[in-house]
Write a protein that binds this ligand. Structure first.
Ligand SMILES: O=C(CO)[C@@H](O)[C@H](O)[C@H](O)[C@H](O)COP(=O)(O)O
Length: 188
């Protein structure tokens, strides 16, 4: 019987690769501890965690955003309003659908959690670049080919050697739930 996400994550952890700036030489435990500490500090200061992704990763961003708000009492924001996304894509460019709203809201004390199986989707990569240049904390979750653009940008990067979208997305769900559990106030 699995009792918590540590059990489920164990297989993920065995093959997970992480990098954490500035030294980029971090164990998984250290990476999750770093992420937890940043999140707890951000919560006590009333800052915001923005979560982004495309397709299934957009759903995952919404899912974890809701869990973080309910269980961890963290202020979160996702960009899943179809009217807003289609207007930005139509009037500006799909590559800018996350950067545009972030430009108006993100502060250097906030965090961006960017989820992408390929690690190369231009709209997510652009948002990571923007957040990083602003000085916000950037956490990336990627998979598939080891060299991807998001891994070059994030302060904390989780990469899984998954070859399919289904495997990548399932692994990312484990990682995100493990993080969420670590900062939860209640566990319902
Ligand atoms: O769920 C799947 C595939 O399983 C798709 O919806 C997938 O999320 C979409 O094709 C995304 O656009 C892929 O983008 P990314 O995760 O590589 O950034």
């Amino acid at each position: 019987m699995w009792n918590n996400h540590t059990d489920l994550l164990q297989n993920c952890l065995n093959s997970l690769e992480v990098e954490c700036k500035p030294e980029f030489n971090t164990t998984c435990d250290q990476a999750f501890e770093f992420w937890k500490e940043k999140t707890v500090k951000l919560r006590s200061n009333g800052n915001i965690i923005y979560l982004i992704g495309n397709g299934a990763s957009a759903s995952m961003a919404s899912h974890i955003s809701a869990d973080l708000a309910k269980n961890a009492h963290v202020h979160t924001q996702v960009f899943t309003d179809l009217a807003l996304i289609t207007a930005l894509a139509n009037d500006i460019s799909f590559d800018q659908v996350f950067v545009e709203p972030l430009r108006r809201r993100l502060t250097p004390s906030d965090m961006l959690v960017a989820i992408s199986s390929s690690g190369n989707s231009p709209n997510v990569v652009n948002a990571c670049r923007f957040a990083s240049e602003l000085g916000a904390a950037v956490v990336t979750l990627t998979a598939m080919a080891p060299a991807n653009k998001m891994r070059q940008i994030g302060d904390l990067n989780f990469w899984l050697p998954a070859e399919t979208y289904g495997m990548a997305e399932t692994g990312h769900a484990c990682i995100l739930h493990y993080w969420m559990d670590s900062v939860s106030v209640n566990n319902i």
